[in-house]
Design a protein around this ligand. Sequence first.
Ligand SMILES: Nc1ncnc2c1ncn2[C@@H]1O[C@H](COP(=O)(O)OP(=O)(O)O)[C@@H](O)[C@H]1O
Ligand SMILES: [Mg+2]
Length: 360
Amino acid sequence: MTDFPLAPGSTLGILGGGQLGRMLALAAARLGLDCVVLTPDPDSPASRVVKQTFVAPYDDPAALAAFAAACDVVTYEFENVPAQCVDALIALGALVAPGPQALSAAQDRVAEKTFLNGAGAATVAFASIDHWEAIGPAAQGLGYPALLKTRREGYDGKGQIWIEKSGDEAEAFAAIGSRPAILEARADFVRELSVIAARGRDGEIAIYPLGENHHENGVLRRTTAPAPADQATLEQAERIAAQIMAGLDYVGVMGVELFQLADGQLLVNEIAPRVHNSGHWTQDGCAVDQFEQHVRAVAGWPLGSTAVMARVEMLNLLGDEVEAWPRLAADPDSRLHLYGKRETVAGRKMGHVNRMRGPV
Ligand SMILES: Nc1ncnc2c1ncn2[C@@H]1O[C@H](COP(=O)(O)OP(=O)(O)O)[C@@H](O)[C@H]1O
Ligand SMILES: [Mg+2]
């Protein structure tokens, strides 16, 4: 039996070796916890800051057994780990948080929106699409333009295409790989917000103030936080986050992406059952950041304070923008976070900078 709270010296397992895993491991280290990572990448960003990396495919039985044996608790840093991987770890006796319920809700956009609506969180209207011929009738109902997205494995705007008019269906379906899809009504939003929230093993919740997000080509470019918002909006966001987490019996940090409509209503775009890019501002803006908060939650510790210490603008460093690091490092108002990726690829998230915008 695992005793919670996990004592310092215990081991947190992380599925995935990207920058989120790296920043989780750094936060865990501060609390005296060790981390091990399972990733197929032999030279991942997380692997260079953890005790041990198991380099193997996520479905490798021997690696899963060794990984499970090394961990007191297991979490993940991206939501596309195969469900079978988590099931196998649970069968091996591992404690996985957030649980498989959250993972399956987040992996499939149709299941996600169905769950959200059932939990009382409104979304855009949508239709499940299995064949291109279903797109036309669905778009008639949802209105043009409508957004066609793959049900699974989309990220950073990949696997999405707008259906502008009748006649575009076959080509659009082929363009997203002729895979099971969702067709979404266009959200006529005035701004995109997100709320980063956490739920502990005892059901305690902690919610950060809203971030306002600006995307370019489907990729997050910058977040400003705390976003100006009236009390009703804050309460609406908190209620939504709390209902979603309660509905999933959630343990950990969750990112909830929101569309704010002109009348103030918040629609949920999607949920991420993990720390989230739009929560990176908390590293330099809040008493306890989202990474430490996630570690605290899964380790059964009390949740930390979400108090805001400073206003922050978080900018992602995409591709060769990272080459500005000497200038950013010299700027007294910038806090630089680099991911240690070996290869600079156009559009790839290489790091981020938190620009300090003064006291709250
Ligand atoms: N139904 C929609 N209406 C309008 N814009 C949308 C809609 N869905 C997504 N978007 C835009 O595309 C971005 C990426 O879509 P999202 O569903 O969050 O996919 P990803 O998983 O790639 O982040 C959103 O942040 C938003 O700017
Ligand atoms: Mg998104």
